[in-house]
Design a protein around this ligand. Structure first.
Ligand code: C2E
Ligand code: MG
Ligand code: MG
Ligand code: MG
Length: 291
């Protein structure tokens, strides 16, 4: 279902109401219990190449399957895992599960694709993080080139600590992308020094790129800058056809968003992999963009 621009800008009253309800019962104790009881699960959202229209990768996004309260999104509990330090074991679980799943799909005969996993600053700065990643790659037998770690600009604030870790991660052969680009403490100085492969344009710029000239300028400029720096660029939050048209016109490499698919549990994602045409609205295929 392709939404129009007015729906994008005006979330329903229910959506607003839900956002206001504070989940005060979510505590470190509950989260530790959830980890022990294996209540976390990963959903996967496809990333599409805008030149081929094909799925080139997926982003793993954690969910908490609470037995009574249902599916809880990471925005509700990740901050609490970060404060409590539980992000370390939960993040390690996520990384291992994402690598295991990617390898399993490859072994089932699906074309290999990139698996992206979000990192928190505490993970990146944890002593011995790089050997943990190495160990997970060994254990799961996933080729490192099929793993991408997503970091955010705020992690670069302490660049003296972060850059050596990122270099070591690159030396393992994994890819690194800078998530939510443009919303954090961007420093163009670090951009030329950090070993990254890809910029992810934050959804807040993509949302109005087809109707707001300032957002359009920002998106165009990020794409051009990324290419000048020999980085790939992906747009997140692509919800409507107008976004896609805009991004293709400005030669963005990849896109991710509800227009193609929301994040899906693995068994549903696999159906899309089998029948790639289904996710891409025919009107959104590169061929149709000329008319
Ligand atoms: P993110 O890494 O920027 O992930 C993109 C978020 O945008 C996801 O929300 C995704 O469901 C949502 N999204 C995707 N397409 C669209 C779209 O077209 N429109 C809109 N409005 N939203 C879209 P989600 O899954 O709720 O995750 C929120 C954030 O939680 C993530 O933002 C990431 O920062 C964090 N997160 C998720 N999983 C993990 C994890 O395993 N570890 C860590 N450290 N953080 C995670
Ligand atoms: Mg991300
Ligand atoms: Mg993001
Ligand atoms: Mg975000």
């Amino acid at each position: 279902v392709v939404k129009d621009q007015s729906e994008v800008n005006n979330p329903s009253p229910q959506v607003k109401k839900d956002a206001l309800i504070k989940k005060e019962w979510i505590t470190a104790f509950e989260l530790q219990y959830a980890l022990d009881k294996k209540q976390f699960t990963l959903f996967y959202q496809p990333k599409l190449s805008l030149t081929t229209g094909k799925i080139v990768g997926v982003e793993a996004l954690i969910r908490w399957k609470h037995p009574k309260r249902g599916l809880i999104s990471p925005g509700e509990f990740i901050p609490i895992t970060e404060e409590s330090g539980l992000i370390i074991p939960i993040g390690e679980w996520t990384l291992r599960e994402a690598c295991r799943q990617n390898k399993a799909w490859q072994e089932e005969g699906h074309p290999p694709m990139l698996m992206s996993v979000n990192l928190s600053v505490r993970q990146l700065h944890q002593p011995g993080f790089v050997p943990i990643v190495q160990q997970i790659l060994n254990e799961t037998e996933l080729d490192p080139s099929y793993l991408e770690l997503e970091i955010t600009e705020s992690m670069l604030m302490d660049h003296e600590k972060s850059i050596p870790v990122l270099r070591d991660l690159k030396n393992l052969g994994v890819q690194i992308s800078l998530d939510d680009f443009g919303t954090g403490y961007s420093s163009l100085h670090y951009l030329k020094n950090i070993p990254i492969d890809r910029l992810k344009i934050d959804q807040s710029f993509v949302r109005n790129c087809s109707i707001d000239t300032n957002d359009a300028t920002i998106v165009k400029t990020i794409i051009a800058m990324a290419h000048q720096l020999n980085l790939e660029v992906i747009a997140e939050g692509v919800e409507i056809k107008e976004h896609l048209l805009f991004l293709q016109r400005h030669v963005c490499d990849e896109a991710q968003g509800y227009l193609f698919s929301k994040p899906l549990p693995p068994e549903e994602l696999i159906c899309i992999l089998k029948d790639v045409e289904q996710v891409i609205p025919t009107s959104g295929l590169p061929k149709d963009l000329s008319n």
